[in-house]
Design a protein around this ligand. Structure first.
Ligand code: PEP
Ligand code: MN
Length: 266
């Protein structure tokens, strides 16, 4: 049985936006200089059009860096003005949506820890009503396709047709080579159920380490996914979150150059 959502293709989301949709940028916005310099190096070394950065970070345990907050939105706006890159941030509640839109963020995404909670997803969906912003929904941390579909439906029912999914893997057993197990079959099943749903892979959070980013990205393109979101930091070893999986914009450029990107349906 297919699921019917009203969807628009990525090329219609924002004027000039191309496929595959490649999103790059730091796990977290940390400082003005870090955001601006990452944006500059991404712009100089790649054809990436969208700069990501987490502003509010949903950390599993307290005590870790929980995000720089609203000041980071100003840095992203500055980076966008200087480089022309579009911007993307994670939103987890109505206030995040309002603030991100106030600071002209171009693309919003719902994180894996939010997709698991229908109350939070509904709050985000309600805040999106009346807006025409593209929204990407990460899979929930647990391998439950219904939660993923439910989140997509809630946001679509709020009137968001510029809607896509992000496959970022599912909590892995200890000892796994992955930080989050890709369980590719769930992403494939979602695409089977909703064939026109744009799907982007997040190899950074599947891998949890730098070495696996390239092969996971290639696998995503072999499966005809519509893009990738890869974490990139000017000084990965000293990143305040997800240091082990972040790569420099130069390394990212090398990976993007080597990837064989198949056109969807070829
Ligand atoms: C992130 O993108 O930095 C993030 C927190 O990811 P996820 O929601 O996939 O864990
Ligand atoms: Mn991260």
């Amino acid at each position: 049985m297919k699921i019917n959502l009203t969807l628009s293709p990525i090329e219609n989301w924002i004027e000039g936006l191309n496929t595959p949709l490649i999103i790059g940028g730091p796990c977290s916005a940390e400082s003005e200089e870090q955001v601006l310099e990452t944006a500059r190096q991404i712009k100089a070394n790649t054809n990436i059009q969208v700069l990501r950065a987490g502003i509010w970070k949903p950390r599993t345990r307290p005590g870790a860096f929980e995000g720089i907050g609203v000041v980071g939105l100003k840095w992203l706006e500055k980076a966008k003005k200087e480089t022309g890159l579009l911007t993307a941030v994670e939103v987890a509640n109505a206030e995040h949506v309002e603030l991100a839109l106030k600071f002209n963020v171009d693309i919003l995404w719902v994180g894996a820890r939010t997709t698991v909670n229908p109350f939070s997803v509904q709050e985000v969906a309600d805040a999106l009503k009346g807006h025409d912003v593209p929204v990407l929904v990460k899979n929930p941390i647990n391998p439950d396709i219904q939660l993923w579909i439910g989140a997509l439906e809630r946001i679509n029912q709020a009137g968001i047709t510029k809607l896509g999914a992000i496959h970022r893997g599912f909590s892995a057993k200890s000892g796994s080579q992955y930080r989050n197990d890709p369980t590719w079959e769930i992403a494939i099943e979602l695409k089977r159920l909703i064939p026109n749903l744009p799907m982007v892979c997040d190899p950074s959070h599947i891998a949890g380490n730098r070495a696996l980013i390239e092969p996971i990205s290639q696998k995503a393109f072999d499966l005809q996914m519509d893009g990738v979101m890869i974490e990139s930091h000017i000084d990965p070893d000293n990143a305040l979150s997800d240091a082990k999986q972040q790569i420099t914009p130069k390394t990212l450029a090398g990976i993007l150059d080597r990837l064989i990107i198949r056109e969807p349906n070829s």
